[in-house]
Design a protein around this ligand. Structure first.
Ligand SMILES: [Mg+2]
Length: 236
């Protein structure tokens, strides 16, 4: 971890993105889009992945269809994608360090929640093998199906609504967000929150530098950097 001596404003509450941050689903999304693009003689460049990551299901389909020039309507893309994803999503794994950090924060009574752009229906598929893990969180907000979330990431709505659902309603500056996607980092900053980015190794320096702090793997994050309880020495 770099910049480890740097001081950040202490936080009291933690909000987690899900895809590519807690769950290793971005590889599934990538493979799926590559497969559909190939059907129409197209490729799927990283630049398009960057624009689309973190978005709600309808926004994501629209970006992919437009950027790749697919001869499909967004809902048609979503239907093709769904067939491929349904099986893969049920087999996805947790990201390295996710369980350790989440269980640690819970054991120290830090309020924690998930703010995902997924719908509740897709969430159920992705968490097939991780039901107990996701029960640890105080609450989960589903950006693609929650009527209160009017605008998906990169708009700040989902993080503000997620924070407002803690009983003590923390101010945004007391919340720390974990994100892997530039759209999610933008959303967190727009909400007035600090954000730790745990990016894909291909992420460019400009996108990394927009986050409050960047760490290569969730398992390398030190909670005390943001005033959260450190890991007990036995657990590290
Ligand atoms: Mg993500």
């Amino acid at each position: 971890m770099t910049k480890k001596d740097m001081q950040f404003k202490p936080v009291t509450h933690v909000l987690f993105d899900m895809d590519g941050l807690l769950l290793d689903t971005e590889v599934i999304y990538t493979r799926c889009t590559e497969e559909i693009a190939a059907r129409y003689g197209k490729t799927y460049p990283w630049e398009v992945k960057l624009k689309q990551m973190g978005r709600t299901a309808p926004d994501l389909a629209k970006v992919i269809v437009e950027e790749l020039g697919l001869p499909l309507l967004p809902w048609e893309y979503a239907a093709e994608a769904r067939i491929i994803q349904e099986k893969s999503f049920t087999e996805c794994q947790l990201m390295p360090g996710a369980e350790k950090l989440v269980r640690h924060l819970k054991s120290k009574k830090i309020p924690i929640a998930v703010a995902t752009s997924s719908s509740e229906e897709t969430f159920k598929l992705k968490t097939t093998n991780h039901r107990e893990f996701f029960k640890i969180f105080d609450h989960i907000v589903f950006g693609s199906s929650d009527p209160e979330v009017k605008n998906g990431k990169p708009a700040p709505d989902i993080f503000l609504i997620c924070a407002s659902r803690f009983p003590d309603k923390p101010a945004p500056e007391n919340c720390l967000v974990f994100e892997d996607a530039p759209n999610g980092v933008t959303a967190a900053l727009a909400a007035g929150m600090q954000v730790v980015m745990v990016p894909d190794p291909r992420m460019d320096e400009l996108n990394r530098s927009r986050a409050t702090f960047c760490v290569d793997r969730l398992e390398n994050f030190k909670p005390e950097v943001f005033g959260l309880p450190p890991y007990d020495s036995a657990a590290t």
